[in-house]
Design a protein around this ligand. Sequence first.
Ligand SMILES: NC(=O)c1ccc[n+]([C@@H]2O[C@H](COP(=O)([O-])OP(=O)(O)OC[C@H]3O[C@@H](n4cnc5c(N)ncnc54)[C@H](OP(=O)(O)O)[C@@H]3O)[C@@H](O)[C@H]2O)c1
Length: 331
Amino acid sequence: MVYVASEGRYGGMKYNRVGKSGLFLPAISLGLWHNFGGVDSFENGRNILRKAFDLGITHFDLANNYGPPPGSAEEMLGKMMKADFAPYRDELVISTKAGYQMWEGPYGDWGSRKYLISSLDQSLKRMGLEYVDIFYSHRPDPHTPLEETMGALDQIVRQGKALYVGISNYSPTQTQEAIRILKELGTPLLIHQPRYSMFDRWIEDGLQDVLAENGVGSIVFSPMAQGLLTNKYLGGIPTDSRAAKQNTFLKKDQITENVLGKIQQLNALAIERGQSLAQMALAWVLREGRVTSALVGASKVSQLEDNVSALRNLSFTQEELTKIEDILAQN
Ligand SMILES: NC(=O)c1ccc[n+]([C@@H]2O[C@H](COP(=O)([O-])OP(=O)(O)OC[C@H]3O[C@@H](n4cnc5c(N)ncnc54)[C@H](OP(=O)(O)O)[C@@H]3O)[C@@H](O)[C@H]2O)c1
């Protein structure tokens, strides 16, 4: 059936300005790391992407290596752009990245100009796009001068292959340096993509200050700790969950008694707030307005609907915040 986007798609979403730039991102964005690869059901992925756009999620995040197999999530998005989203290209912000191992030999990994530029050319072909909205250096490369990696990002924008640039997984010091270099080159850093959730708070220790001082936005990945911060593991490990799958970064042994105890207490608090735990986890990363967008994954349409409803209550009382701190501090 021909896809026609919901007329009410902009009614229920909140859009946040990215740092000091002119760009806005939805408070909740969708990532295609899992569930959109060649091994996954195309129909399911299609339904999730359609629902996302209908809910006002205007931003889809990819990387060269998402799949499996690597590259197949971009191919999937390419099919969707052609079949469903072609009329809506200007309503979408599509990002991709390069930085992790993608092809054999010395040019398919890390942060050289050679790798970043050829990888983006491949990504654009797979997605059938003329440009991406945001292109990221996926991780810092300790062996390539930062000037080269940032120079490649600047070059990509000047070539018209990306509108904005971002970095991911860079430390506060590396970020400060990247900001300086990019500013000199005349292509300001738009956004940083770090991991952030109640279970991983490293960005509070310096990175958020660097970003705020320099007017750079942030889009945080794994805000539900890959599903741990939802009600999905409360009764054991479901067979269709990420933790039950092979070759994922969420391992069964991460779900310890201690972690489960915290999830149970956080779940009880979420219920008191009238939210699901997934919703509270998203509201928590978006609290105080320091984060531009929470970048979620989803394996089902119903998860996405649950997650977007988090926007109905993003505020916390001091008592609730203290309770969360107490739960997270338990050993
Ligand atoms: N820059 C980087 O280095 C980097 C690294 C990792 C991720 N990312 C980006 O961040 C995106 C999100 O990462 P993530 O998938 O780890 O984020 P996440 O939102 O923390 O986890 C998503 C997973 O949680 C479960 N889930 C989501 N909503 C749920 C709900 N309402 N109820 C129950 N379970 C729910 C699903 O797991 P099940 O599959 O088990 O149902 C879903 O696949 C990625 O797609 C990617 O774009 C970037």
